[in-house]
Design a protein around this ligand. Structure first.
Ligand SMILES: [Zn+2]
Length: 408
């Protein structure tokens, strides 16, 4: 039996919809789910806002520590000549990124990004498709040395490796994360296998079942689009449906990574709320765009997360919803738009390079508040009533999930 300091506590389930609320209890404290996990991009936003004279922090309980690796970057870290210095820099970055004055539950996720390389004069895009054990070991060691992480997400050798190979790989990874008696790591970290949402449903189900039989409880699921050209991707749908059933046991934690902001252009419901209905506990967006690459948005073009409807819409669409219901007030409690109308928000941020940031700070705060409301509704078995108030989620319950809400 593996000794662990993490407990997943079942708090409630909405009886008919089977949607869950849990708490993770650890030596750091108690972390309530569902919740929207922030990433380092949000700290950069705060830094930018501070420069602009505004000081904020986030109430969110979860943090996804995202580090991006291209083949070259991983090669550089692995090479013996550079390793000592490079790794020291790398570890200090990891620690710095995860440091905050609030105790958060930290899930580390290495992301593999593409890079352009030139072979015989031709440009070619490439990314890490297969991982060697040495590379995996190095990534785990870096995260272990950072000493602040709760869950280390581990990539399988490849997304199609035989199930037993993946299980052995994950078990070996877990062995590494056990306290070595050196005192510096202190407590045991959890290993979360990373599983792609677009793999074949039989493989997806069998792999998770096998990992559960080996006592894995945390899973990092790489999100993939549920709709392609407005049609349901059957593989993704089947895999989501499997998680929905498994989540009802309330013994596991499903973290969704690289989540889209909305389902699609035609169905602009916030994707994290759809994933929550499918049993996920925490949700994180992909790494943000580099500050210098960020386009200068105008208020009208930007997409806003809307707490009233749970849609992600532009200004005109959002204003239509709010005009008669709230007299044009956003109603969010976030520090960016608290007590402001859209008009006032617009005057303050339009065409400024902090507009994009203000919208994301709003999204992090507002999603957290909405999820805490939803959590209460689950515990009191009033979730259907709550969803019924949220136009876009309610619409998609019928069309996408074929669930008709019962509200009395
Ligand atoms: Zn707001």
């Amino acid at each position: 039996m593996i000794k662990t300091t993490y407990e997943i506590i079942p708090d409630g389930i909405s009886k008919r919809l089977g949607v869950v609320a849990t708490t993770i209890k650890s030596h750091k404290g108690e972390f309530l789910t569902p919740d929207f996990a922030i990433n380092s991009t949000y700290y950069n936003y705060i830094a930018d806002m501070t420069t602009a004279g505004l000081k904020y922090s986030f109430p969110n309980n979860f943090y996804e520590l995202q580090r991006q690796y291209t083949p070259t970057k991983l090669e550089l870290l692995s090479s013996t000549s550079n390793s000592a210095k490079e790794q020291a820099v790398h570890i200090s970055r990891i620690v710095g990124e995860a440091y905050d004055n609030k105790d958060r539950f930290i899930i580390a996720v290495p992301h593999f990004s593409t890079e352009e390389i030139v072979i015989e004069g031709k440009k070619k895009r490439t990314s890490i498709k297969e991982l060697t054990w040495e590379q995996n070991k190095l990534l785990i060691q870096l995260y272990l040395h950072s000493n602040v992480i709760d869950v280390i997400s581990v990539h399988p050798p490849s997304s199609t490796s035989p199930i037993e190979d993946v299980v052995d790989w994950m078990k070996k990874s877990r062995e590494m994360a056990k306290p070595q008696g050196r005192g510096d790591y202190g407590f045991e970290k959890e290993i979360a296998p990373i599983i792609d949402l677009s793999v074949k449903p039989k493989y997806f189900k069998n792999l998770i079942e096998r990992l559960i039989s080996e006592k894995f409880r945390f899973f990092t699921i790489r999100h993939r689009k549920l709709l392609t050209k407005e049609r349901i991707n059957q593989r993704v749908y089947s895999n989501l449906s499997y998680i929905k059933e498994k989540a009802k046991e309330m013994k596991y934690h499903f973290h969704a990574t690289r989540v889209d902001r909305r389902l699609s252009v035609k169905l602009p419901v916030s994707m994290k709320h759809i994933l929550h209905i499918f049993g996920f506990n925490t949700f994180c967006l992909p790494p943000g765009i580099n500050r210098k690459m960020r386009p200068l948005l105008s208020f009208g073009d930007a997409l806003h997360y809307d707490g009233l409807t749970l849609g992600v819409m532009n200004y005109v669409e959002r204003n239509q919803w709010h005009r008669y219901r709230t007299n044009g007030f956003c109603l969010s409690n976030c520090p960016v738009c608290k007590d402001k109308t859209f008009e006032q928000f617009n005057v303050e941020y339009d065409k400024k390079d902090i507009l994009h940031i203000a919208i994301k700070i709003h999204e992090a705060w507002e999603s957290h508040g909405i999820f805490m409301d939803i959590r209460e509704a689950i515990i009191n078995d009033r979730l259907e009533e709550k969803i019924n108030e949220k136009y876009f989620l309610e619409q998609n319950m019928k069309t996408l999930l074929q669930i008709k809400l019962k509200v009395d």
